[in-house]
Every structure is written in C-alpha cells, then in structure tokens.
Design a protein around this ligand. Sequence first.
Ligand code: DX5
Ligand code: ZN
Length: 233
Amino acid sequence: RPPTVICPSMLSSDFARLAEESQRMIELGADWLHLDVMDGNFVPNLTIGAPIIGCLRKHSDAFFDCHLMVTNPKQWIQDFAKAGADMYTFHIESVLPSGEIESLSSEHAHPAVTELITLIRQAGMHVGITLKPETPVELLFPYVTAGLVDMVLVMTVKPGFGGQKFMPEAAAKCRVLRDKWPHLLIQVDGGVDINTVATAAVFGANVIVAGTAILGASDPGEAISTLRAAVDK
Ligand code: DX5
Ligand code: ZN
C-alpha cells in the first residue's frame, strides 16, 4: 500500500483566516491541504473557487488537493492550473449524463471522461476521480486500468457539507479498488475521524481527508498524528 497521506479539509477552517490555518496545518504535520470547491449547483452549498485558491498559493507551498463538486468541471481547468492547484479531482457524475449512469458499462471508458482527464493533464495537474456514495465503483475501472488517474476518491458521505456521518458501506468500495490495484492512491472523504478511520484503513484507503476531526479538534496536531498512526498500524 502506498504511504499514508493526511489531508485536513479546509472547509472546516475559518475562511477569513485561510492562509494562517493552512500554514498551521502543515506545521502540525499535515501532508496535503484538501480544498472543497462547490458551485451551489452540483451540490447545495457554495464555497471557494480558483480566485481564493490563487490567493492562498501566494502564502503556501503546500500540495493543493482540490475536490471539485461542480456541474461543469471542464470549465475550471485552466483557472485552477493558473491558481496553482496540484490535484484536480472531479466527480464522474458531473461528466456522465445522469440518466445514463445506471446503464453505463464498466468495460469501456466514456469519451467525455477521457477528454476531461486529458485536459487536466495537459494543464499540468494530477488527476483525481471521485464518486458519490450511491454511484457504483465499477464505473471507474476503465480509467484506473488505463492508468489515466493518479487517485480515486471514495466519498463516504453525500458531498456538500462537513460534519456528516461516515458511511461504512460506501467505504467498502476502497476494498474493491485495493484488491485490484495495490499501488493506487485511494482517498476517503466524509465523516472520517479517529474512530471511523480504522474502517477506511482496513478497506485499503491511504489518503485520509478529515475536516471536523482535525480542524474541530482541541489539539489538531494530535488529531493528525492519531489519524496517521491508525492508518499506519
Ligand atoms: C464534503 C467535503 C468534505 C468535508 C469533510 O462534501 O467533500 O471534504 O469537508 O468534512 P468532515 O471531515 O467534517 O466530514
Ligand atoms: Zn472533499
């Protein structure tokens, strides 16, 4: 399994102090910063976009792990690349026509997804692909098999808000992926805390996102170490 990567979700930070909070997370041992981008359309919440990420870049050398919960991920690729995003993780549901998801094959790549991946790569960013809890994990197989993605993010809550309850049945998708791809970066996001992280780790996740459990902790540094130790165990 690849090394453990701990990613505080800055959604749980004080956005008015984003630069200081980001620096603090890195000083406390975080590996990446997870930046949740919501457009109020793909999910019923509105957060930050490329302008703020570009501003943050002037204050931070950290790895910016951007999770795009937007209706049209193709639209923002250039802006995010210019803003200094490192990972561009898009939802497969935002690319595939919603009526077709159930009937789609897990054998063949969909040209719209392949095109998006190519554009992200050409813009110089790493490619992450993700899916909602109700979307079958098999839909991602063609892109992982073809070596088109750097990371798969398994959502363990309905995307949109921090502070929700971890869904173990969604986390079980990590096991399916880990059995097939021992070296794949597998990220979990949503309701991960010092208790639920063990389930995610047993299923094979190695990249851990936590918002409430880190930024909401009285000692975020200790939360980061505890999460890391639980995955490394
Ligand atoms: C939810 C976001 C998550 C969120 C996680 O849509 O993708 O990154 O910030 O927050 P917690 O860890 O509190 O569930
Ligand atoms: Zn996220």
